[in-house]
Design a protein around this ligand. Structure first.
Ligand code: TYM
Length: 331
């Protein structure tokens, strides 16, 4: 059976981008078709300036939202990264296989490091080594497929490279994984800045639809989305990024094709109205289930505890094998 692994980082409230680019597929497809693990990758949240209490709160919220989005602990494994030591153990070995140059070439590193420096802050070393930890997340579980949005494909490519290099140098140890992206909405854009990704840790609140936004807030954000100077509704990602983004969101919500949908609209206003309602309807069941789960925190904790136990058992043999292969003396 195909093994699937993916994760979400608790650095902010989860967004429509996280849902359309990743979580929805995990719930609708992956957990039914594969042996799947989904992880709140809290260690990754420590790579930028952070408030410990907020990270704890966001980790709990992300786990609750994964379940609210439809992940079923009977079908898949849901857990928190820091509860399974194997991730950090393997990360160090992969740092010993990766090079400084390939880490520095990561687009997210360049962008985030530049942002930290602009703010006058310093760049944490863990921001540079982040992809080694992400590779460890993936490789520890003999993962075949990593369902992610477009922004993570470079990191998954690096995980592939590290797996191949390790296997070549030290003997076959890791399965070589591949990224899979959704057909539409692989990169949902910020509604106010449609040439930038809708990212949960960005500052532009009005351009980001959060999964827990009230329906009226969602409507307001979508209706105020920046569109382009033209009048016609055409699907052109380069030339008309604002309208293309709305068409992609609507297509992802309704299961259609953005190009085809564009023919059904005469005005931007009508497109925005339908997109807003489609997003509200998409989020409604997730929000309802989230409310129910918040009333039962012991259930969520139980799921995470059982998930970590299962994950640990799955990761241990591969990580132990990597320790032996690289030359460490067995304990
Ligand atoms: P993170 O937390 O930024 O995002 C979680 C998932 O959501 C996708 N995503 C998007 N998809 C489409 N449009 C968007 N605007 C958008 N924003 C986010 C991301 O591509 C991702 O699939 N490094 C990862 C977390 C991670 C991970 C892993 C993922 C750590 N270890 C191992 C897979 C496997 C990250 O920061 O995702």
């Amino acid at each position: 059976m195909t093994r699937v692994f993916s994760g979400v980082k608790p650095t902010g409230h989860l967004t429509l981008g996280n849902y359309l680019g990743a979580m929805r597929r995990w719930a609708e497809v992956d957990q039914h078709q594969a042996d799947a693990l989904f992880c709140v990758v809290d260690l990754h949240a420590l790579t930028v300036d952070h408030d410990p209490a907020r990270v704890r709160r966001l980790s709990r919220q992300a786990a609750t939202l994964l379940l609210a989005a439809g992940l079923d602990p009977q079908l898949c494994t849901v857990f928190v990264q820091s509860h399974v030591d194997e991730h950090a153990r393997l990360s160090y070995l992969l740092e010993c296989v990766a090079t400084d140059g390939e880490m520095r070439r990561m687009i997210q590193y360049k962008e985030k490091a530049a942002r930290e420096q602009q703010r006058g802050g310093s760049v944490r070393l863990s921001l540079l080594t982040y992809p080694a930890l992400m590779a460890a997340d993936i490789l520890a579980y003999d993962t075949d497929e990593v369902p992610v949005g477009e922004d993570q494909t470079q990191h998954v490519e690096l995980a592939r490279d590290l797996a191949v290099r390790f296997n070549h140098r030290y003997g076959h140890t890791f399965v070589v994984p591949r990224a899979t992206a959704p057909k539409v909405a692989a990169r949902v854009m910020n509604l106010q800045h449609p040439t930038s990704k809708m990212g949960k840790s960005d500052d532009s609140g009005p351009g980001i639809v959060y999964l827990l936004d009230e329906p009226d807030v969602v409507r307001k954000k979508v209706m105020r989305a920046v569109t382009d100077s033209g009048q016609e509704v055409v699907y052109d990602r380069q030339g008309r990024p604002g309208v293309a983004n709305l068409l992609e969101i609507l297509a992802a919500c309704e299961g259609g094709d953005p190009e085809q949908l564009s023919g059904a609209y005469e005005t931007y206003g009508a497109l925005k109205k339908d997109t807003a309602e489609a997003v509200v309807e998409l989020l409604r069941p997730v929000q309802e289930r989230h409310r129910e789960l918040c009333a039962d925190p012991a259930y969520v904790e139980g799921v995470l505890r059982a998930g970590a136990e299962k994950a640990r058992k799955m990761a241990r043999p591969t990580v132990d094998a990597a320790y032996r292969a690289i030359g460490l003396l067995p304990a």
